[in-house]
Design a protein around this ligand. Structure first.
Ligand SMILES: [Zn+2]
Ligand SMILES: [Zn+2]
Length: 135
Protein backbone atom coordinates (compact mmCIF):
# COMPACT_ATOMS: atom_id res chain seq x y z
CA UNK A 1 0.00 0.00 0.00
CA UNK A 2 1.19 3.47 -0.86
CA UNK A 3 2.02 5.69 2.02
CA UNK A 4 0.41 9.08 1.71
CA UNK A 5 1.94 12.24 2.93
CA UNK A 6 0.48 15.64 3.45
CA UNK A 7 1.79 19.11 4.00
CA UNK A 8 0.61 20.57 7.26
CA UNK A 9 -1.81 23.41 6.61
CA UNK A 10 -0.40 25.35 9.52
CA UNK A 11 3.37 24.79 9.71
CA UNK A 12 3.99 23.28 6.27
CA UNK A 13 5.76 20.21 7.66
CA UNK A 14 5.31 16.97 5.73
CA UNK A 15 3.58 14.34 7.76
CA UNK A 16 2.02 10.93 7.27
CA UNK A 17 -1.59 11.37 6.31
CA UNK A 18 -4.12 11.35 9.09
CA UNK A 19 -7.73 12.38 8.87
CA UNK A 20 -6.66 15.92 9.66
CA UNK A 21 -5.10 18.52 7.40
CA UNK A 22 -2.56 19.42 10.03
CA UNK A 23 0.40 17.55 11.49
CA UNK A 24 0.12 15.81 14.90
CA UNK A 25 2.14 18.55 16.59
CA UNK A 26 -0.08 21.32 15.26
CA UNK A 27 -3.11 19.18 16.06
CA UNK A 28 -1.99 18.99 19.67
CA UNK A 29 -1.59 22.78 19.87
CA UNK A 30 -4.88 23.22 18.05
CA UNK A 31 -6.64 20.98 20.57
CA UNK A 32 -5.14 22.90 23.45
CA UNK A 33 -6.33 26.20 22.02
CA UNK A 34 -9.72 24.70 21.36
CA UNK A 35 -9.99 23.61 24.99
CA UNK A 36 -9.19 27.18 26.00
CA UNK A 37 -11.92 28.57 23.76
CA UNK A 38 -14.41 25.98 24.95
CA UNK A 39 -13.63 26.69 28.59
CA UNK A 40 -14.04 30.39 28.00
CA UNK A 41 -17.38 29.90 26.29
CA UNK A 42 -18.54 27.75 29.19
CA UNK A 43 -17.83 30.63 31.55
CA UNK A 44 -19.12 33.31 29.23
CA UNK A 45 -21.65 31.79 26.84
CA UNK A 46 -22.42 33.78 23.73
CA UNK A 47 -19.28 35.88 23.87
CA UNK A 48 -18.29 37.63 20.71
CA UNK A 49 -15.40 36.27 18.70
CA UNK A 50 -13.13 39.27 19.26
CA UNK A 51 -13.71 39.03 23.02
CA UNK A 52 -12.98 35.29 23.05
CA UNK A 53 -9.85 35.95 21.02
CA UNK A 54 -8.71 38.73 23.32
CA UNK A 55 -9.02 36.68 26.51
CA UNK A 56 -7.84 33.30 25.28
CA UNK A 57 -5.10 34.55 22.99
CA UNK A 58 -6.48 32.35 20.24
CA UNK A 59 -6.69 34.12 16.89
CA UNK A 60 -10.11 35.05 15.52
CA UNK A 61 -9.30 33.10 12.37
CA UNK A 62 -8.79 29.95 14.38
CA UNK A 63 -11.99 30.52 16.36
CA UNK A 64 -13.89 31.02 13.12
CA UNK A 65 -12.47 27.74 11.89
CA UNK A 66 -13.72 26.00 15.05
CA UNK A 67 -17.10 27.51 14.27
CA UNK A 68 -17.10 26.29 10.70
CA UNK A 69 -15.99 22.85 11.82
CA UNK A 70 -18.97 22.83 14.16
CA UNK A 71 -16.73 22.45 17.21
CA UNK A 72 -18.24 25.47 18.92
CA UNK A 73 -21.97 25.64 18.91
CA UNK A 74 -22.72 28.32 21.45
CA UNK A 75 -21.54 31.14 19.24
CA UNK A 76 -23.15 29.65 16.21
CA UNK A 77 -26.62 29.15 17.63
CA UNK A 78 -26.57 32.41 19.51
CA UNK A 79 -25.46 34.34 16.44
CA UNK A 80 -23.88 36.86 18.71
CA UNK A 81 -21.31 37.82 16.14
CA UNK A 82 -23.99 39.45 14.01
CA UNK A 83 -23.81 43.21 13.83
CA UNK A 84 -26.30 45.88 12.83
CA UNK A 85 -25.98 46.68 9.13
CA UNK A 86 -26.44 50.38 9.86
CA UNK A 87 -24.34 51.16 12.91
CA UNK A 88 -22.36 47.98 13.63
CA UNK A 89 -23.79 47.36 17.09
CA UNK A 90 -23.77 43.66 18.03
CA UNK A 91 -27.22 42.16 17.70
CA UNK A 92 -28.80 38.83 18.49
CA UNK A 93 -30.84 38.37 15.39
CA UNK A 94 -32.02 40.10 12.22
CA UNK A 95 -30.26 42.87 10.34
CA UNK A 96 -30.57 45.99 12.45
CA UNK A 97 -30.36 46.85 16.13
CA UNK A 98 -33.44 48.03 18.03
CA UNK A 99 -32.10 51.59 18.08
CA UNK A 100 -31.81 51.71 14.30
CA UNK A 101 -35.28 50.21 13.99
CA UNK A 102 -36.63 52.92 16.27
CA UNK A 103 -34.75 55.62 14.37
CA UNK A 104 -36.15 54.27 11.14
CA UNK A 105 -39.70 54.32 12.53
CA UNK A 106 -39.23 57.89 13.78
CA UNK A 107 -38.05 58.99 10.35
CA UNK A 108 -41.04 57.41 8.69
CA UNK A 109 -43.41 58.92 11.23
CA UNK A 110 -41.92 62.39 10.79
CA UNK A 111 -42.05 62.07 7.07
CA UNK A 112 -45.77 61.45 7.15
CA UNK A 113 -46.65 63.59 10.18
CA UNK A 114 -44.87 66.77 9.07
CA UNK A 115 -47.02 68.72 6.60
CA UNK A 116 -43.95 70.64 5.45
CA UNK A 117 -42.57 67.62 3.69
CA UNK A 118 -45.33 68.06 1.16
CA UNK A 119 -46.86 71.27 -0.11
CA UNK A 120 -49.77 69.39 -1.50
CA UNK A 121 -52.17 69.06 1.44
CA UNK A 122 -54.39 66.50 -0.21
CA UNK A 123 -51.41 64.28 -0.88
CA UNK A 124 -50.45 64.39 2.80
CA UNK A 125 -53.99 63.51 3.77
CA UNK A 126 -54.01 60.65 1.38
CA UNK A 127 -50.81 59.38 2.96
CA UNK A 128 -52.29 59.71 6.42
CA UNK A 129 -55.35 57.77 5.34
CA UNK A 130 -53.11 55.12 3.90
CA UNK A 131 -51.11 54.88 7.14
CA UNK A 132 -54.23 54.71 9.31
CA UNK A 133 -55.70 52.02 7.12
CA UNK A 134 -52.60 49.92 7.59
CA UNK A 135 -52.49 50.21 11.36
ZN1 LIG B 1 2.07 21.43 11.57
ZN1 LIG C 1 -27.93 49.90 14.55
Amino acid sequence: MLKEYKNCKICGRVFFKTRYDICPECKRIDDEKFQLVRQFLKEFPGSKINIVSEYTGVSERRILRYLREGKIEILDSDQNFLTCLKCGTPIKTGKYCSQCYRRFCDTVKKLYANPETSNDKSETEARMRFLNRNK
